[in-house]
Design a binder for this molecule. Structure first.
Ligand SMILES: C[S@@+](CC[C@H](N)C(=O)[O-])C[C@H]1O[C@@H](n2cnc3c(N)ncnc32)[C@H](O)[C@@H]1O
Length: 245
């Protein structure tokens, strides 16, 4: 629900669907989650290998694919994306939606990028996006935001909230979300918190990690409309890297 209600999720969907469609061989999505991107890609005829550490997310992905009638186009691997092994090297590995941020140290992120390099065929691509932590985004993340209102299967009214502790020197984010379940009078019946640690890299660090792993950088965009990255206007950092042929 948190992912589905984020504005940036809507923005990146078309970008990744297009990249998956253009790939001329096996497509792998790391941190496939509930199949938000992989299932529509499969509906467009593209086979996708999805890797995720969470069995619960893979179950949601399977359910979504089954409902769409495309389960046979997905191969789901339950693994840490730092260790996944492919039978056939990928033409495209994607790590969408700031998922690099789940690794909390620069060393770990660098190791992941080197491992991804090992699983891509010569000439294949690695595409990922990461937070671009501008003062405006920091201020936005620190706000308490009502993200959604919905009703549970049992009929309870729920408000979904989010805020974050952002530590700029450490480049770390502690995301706190909570669901308020309301009683018939609108009072608070139950509150449930979830917390998640993330971190981001500066564009210079992303560039250095890609180059060190052996990738050639084809493009860096500042938004999902493929506007070339510029410090003045960028809202994201979106990297397209290629393993030399
Ligand atoms: C922000 S979600 C992105 C989901 C999907 N790619 C999308 O764009 O909607 C990140 C996903 O990465 C998974 N994940 C986090 N750390 C992981 C790891 N070390 N190995 C594999 N998957 C991981 C989480 O379980 C979660 O499903």
């Amino acid at each position: 629900m948190w992912t589905d209600t984020a504005g940036s999720a809507r923005a990146n969907l078309g970008f990744y669907l297009d990249a998956y469609a253009r790939a001329d061989g096996p497509v792998v999505e790391l941190g496939v989650g509930d199949g938000r991107i992989a299932v529509p890609a499969a509906e467009r005829g593209r086979a996708v290998v999805g890797v995720d550490l969470s069995e619960a997310m893979l179950d949601l992905c399977r359910r979504r694919a089954r409902q769409a009638g495309v389960l046979d186009r997905l191969t789901l691997i339950h693994a840490d994306f730092r260790k996944f092994e492919l039978d056939t090297p990928a033409a495209l590995v994607a790590l969408p939606y700031h998922s690099l941020g789940h690794l909390l140290t620069l060393e770990d992120k660098g190791r992941l990028i080197s491992h991804i390099y090992s699983q891509i065929r010569p000439g294949g691509r690695f595409i990922f996006d990461d937070f671009l932590m501008t003062p405006a985004l920091v201020a936005h993340m620190r706000r308490v935001e009502l993200r959604a209102e919905y009703r549970t299967a049992a009929g309870a009214d729920v408000l979904l909230w989010v805020t974050s502790l952002v530590n700029e020197p450490a480049r770390s984010i502690r995301v706190v979300t909570w669901e308020d379940e309301l009683d018939a009078e609108g009072g608070l019946a139950r509150r449930r918190y979830r917390r998640l640690s993330l971190s981001w890299v500066e564009p210079s660090q992303a560039r250095a990690m890609l180059t060190e792993a052996g990738f050639t950088i084809e493009a860096c965009y500042g938004d999902f409309d493929r506007t070339p990255f510029s410090d003045r206007t960028a809202r994201e950092q979106i990297w397209v890297a290629r393993k030399p042929a």
